[in-house]
Design a binder for this molecule. Structure first.
Ligand code: MIG
Length: 634
């Protein structure tokens, strides 16, 4: 049962597609108060209660014991101390003394104090008086998640080839670099379907341009790669370079399509290309216009994109930068004490994604000015909607691969997400795992983290273990930051170990694709916490390092360095399967705790007793998979 409560005049975020009658917020059945333009609600937490949800967010599967904030943030340090990542997924689910789900449909800041200030109390603060809250009741957490998914509409489904293995790096600077990647994978006999083009494929970081010197005759090049079975996936950034003579900028300016400041002038801030203007994606006409720009690339045969920097990320505003520079100039020659020096440092360090800059942005909504702070969390989602609406009208569904960095619930209907700039840290294998069921609850099925880790240097064993988890994530992409150690699968000694792991992915594609589709069709979770399936089992309830996959499987990646295996908990009898290249080793294990050995070239999987899953033969590309010739294991 779902009840909707409305306060004030909520902004239409488009998150919920089902129509509901509203009740007054005064009737909201939990402790609540509306004061000083903020709404607070709270509920007690019993010792054994678990709180799930919040989609892409830091920390555990169980979100208890921390404070989170819904505020799409470009922050490349995903440590435990953070409160927000790139997304705002305002859905939580309580399981224990009570069982209910809550979705707060509100596009600005929400603070989720989930037993942080007071361990036995969840206190949620909505930073505004205009919002909808949906209270969802059902027997089980899974039914609640399904009921929620039903009201937000079906999840995006990418083309089948998007389930192939994908290689990215910031950046493969030119055609030669891309060719090298493809050739090296082919020579090492490691399967591959996509190569990513990061910002350097553009001409001076201008959206919808191609650097002709780096990629001469791009259309022909895209075609050639396609003949080799490789899809090129270019990045699109939210900011549009301010430059006279640059068509996209000139068109946007002439039509007044960019965000404004209070006095109606164009809002500008520095990102990759230098000073940029920001399309006002909240305006449907602007979305149509921006969506059509992708045609420049689809006309050349491109059929996949990743949308970046759409929180939006702002390196600096001209005003902010000038203030900091003035401050520095004033201090020249001064004897700087503690506050003097750190004040100066902060003036520069605080330039990026500054609150004052966001506060200066105005959107035009139904002809009226709307301050950005009130709708911040919709910006990236609206950019992605712009592209998604265009793709669907032009090519139909399931034709174009797209995923976004920033997102809000609702964007799951047109796009996937990736989990942004993680690190080549062992702990980030688990962070990836923990976000999967939470993202699924919020509708995002096509998702995954940068495998091998984005920031800092990876090691061979880390990449292999990361990939062994990535074998199961719908988006299986290895990506790394500028200046970091090369981490393509062929860069390390014994590349056949990487082949063994990545081939397993291709063997599993029939199963993964079918499980994904089913989750999308049935508004269900592809990945679930163990506690969803074994609610009476205390060890399962606490498990943060394993997940249920589909109806048949459990996954439990190795996530520690120098470990030759791991301890795994089986909530029922299962078959332990080690997959490596062509090899399948099975071993029945009884319910309980086990230590299982897993070599670096092996992918561990657990199949429930009585269940079987299909494997196909591996191939170098998804298009070469024989989806008819299946072998069943279990
Ligand atoms: O601030 O385009 O998350 O995947 O490689 C860095 C360069 C900008 C951030 C993305 C990352 C991408 C990088 N971008």
């Amino acid at each position: 049962m779902i009840t909707k409560f409305t306060s004030g005049k909520p902004f239409d975020t488009g998150a919920v597609t089902a129509a509901f009658p509203s009740k007054a917020i005064a009737d909201f059945p939990f402790e609540h108060a509306l004061a000083d333009g903020k709404f607070r609600l709270s509920f007690p937490l019993e010792q054994s209660d678990i709180l799930y949800g919040l989609g892409e967010a830091p920390r555990g599967i169980n979100k208890r014991g921390w404070v989170y904030e819904s505020w799409c943030s470009d922050d490349p340090f995903h440590t435990e101390t953070k409160q927000s990542l790139y997304a705002a997924h305002n859905f939580i689910l309580l399981s224990g003394s009570q069982t209910f789900g809550l979705f707060i449909d509100f596009p600005a800041r929400i603070r989720w104090d989930l037993g942080y200030t007071v361990q036995s109390l969840a206190e949620i603060t909505v930073d505004g008086a205009d919002f909808d809250i949906y209270l969802i009741k059902a027997e089980t957490p899974r039914e609640i998640a399904r009921a929620f998914r039903e009201i937000i509409g079906k999840s995006y489904i990418p083309p089948l080839w998007a389930f192939g293995y994908q290689q990215s790096r910031w950046s493969y600077h030119n055609a030669e670099a891309v060719d090298n990647v493809v050739k090296s994978y082919d020579e090492a006999q490691i399967p591959l379907d996509c190569v990513y083009l990061d910002i350097d494929y553009m001409e001076r970081y201008k959206d919808f341009t191609v650097n002709e010197e780096a990629f001469p005759d791009f259309q022909n090049y895209v075609q050639k790669k396609r003949e080799q079975g490789i899809h090129l996936i270019p990045i699109i950034d939210a900011g549009v370079k301010k430059e006279d003579g640059y068509r996209v900028y000139e068109e946007g300016r002439a039509k007044g399509y960019f965000c404004k400041t209070a006095d109606g002038s164009q809002f500008e801030a520095g990102v990759w290309p230098g000073v940029c203007a920001f399309p006002d994606f909240l305006n449907p006409e602007v979305r149509q216009w921006f969506g059509r720009q992708y045609k420049f690339l689809t006309d050349m045969g491109i059929d996949g994109f990743w949308n970046d920097m759409n929180e939006p990320a702002l390196f600096y505003s001209v005003e902010g930068l000038n203030k900091a520079l003035d401050k520095a100039a004033d201090l020249r020659g001064e004897n700087l004490d503690l506050s003097g020096f750190f004040g100066l440092k902060d003036a520069f360090m605080g330039l990026s994604n500054a609150h004052e800059d966001y506060a200066r942005i105005y959107h035009t909504v139904d002809g009226k000015q709307m301050n950005h702070l009130r709708v911040h969390n919709l910006y990236g989602a609206s950019m992605t909607k712009a592209a998604g609406e265009y793709f669907e009208s032009e090519f139909g569904r399931e034709k174009i691969l797209m995923f976004s960095r920033a997102s809000y619930i609702g964007a799951h209907r047109s796009s996937g997400i990736w989990f942004g700039d993680n690190h080549s840290w062992w702990s980030h294998i688990l962070l990836d795992l923990k976000m999967l069921p939470a993202a699924n609850m919020c509708g995002f099925l096509y998702c995954g983290a940068d495998l091998g880790g984005f920031n800092e240097n990876a090691t061979r064993d880390l990449v292999l273990r990361f990939l062994a988890l990535g074998v199961f994530t719908p988006l299986m992409r290895n990506h790394a930051a500028l200046g970091t150690r090369d981490q393509e699968a062929y860069r390390f000694e014994n590349p056949q170990d990487f082949r063994d792991v990545i081939q397993v992915r291709y063997r599993l594609i029939p199963y993964l694709y079918q499980t994904f589709r089913k989750a999308s069709d049935e508004n269900d979770l592809m990945f679930r916490p163990l506690s969803f399936d074994y609610p009476g089992d205390n060890i399962a309830r606490e498990c943060e390092t394993q997940l249920m996959l589909g109806e048949e499987c459990m996954i439990a990646p190795v996530y520690e360095q120098n470990a030759a295996g791991r301890t795994v908990y089986l909530p029922e009898d299962m078959t332990f399967v080690k997959l490596s290249g062509d090899r399948v080793e099975t071993q029945p294990l009884a319910k309980g705790l086990h230590y299982v050995g897993v070599a670096l070239n092996e992918v561990p999987l657990f199949i429930k007793k009585g269940k079987k899953i299909p494997l196909c033969r591996p191939a170098m590309r998804t298009r070469d998979l024989d989806l008819e010739q299946l072998e069943y294991i279990g």
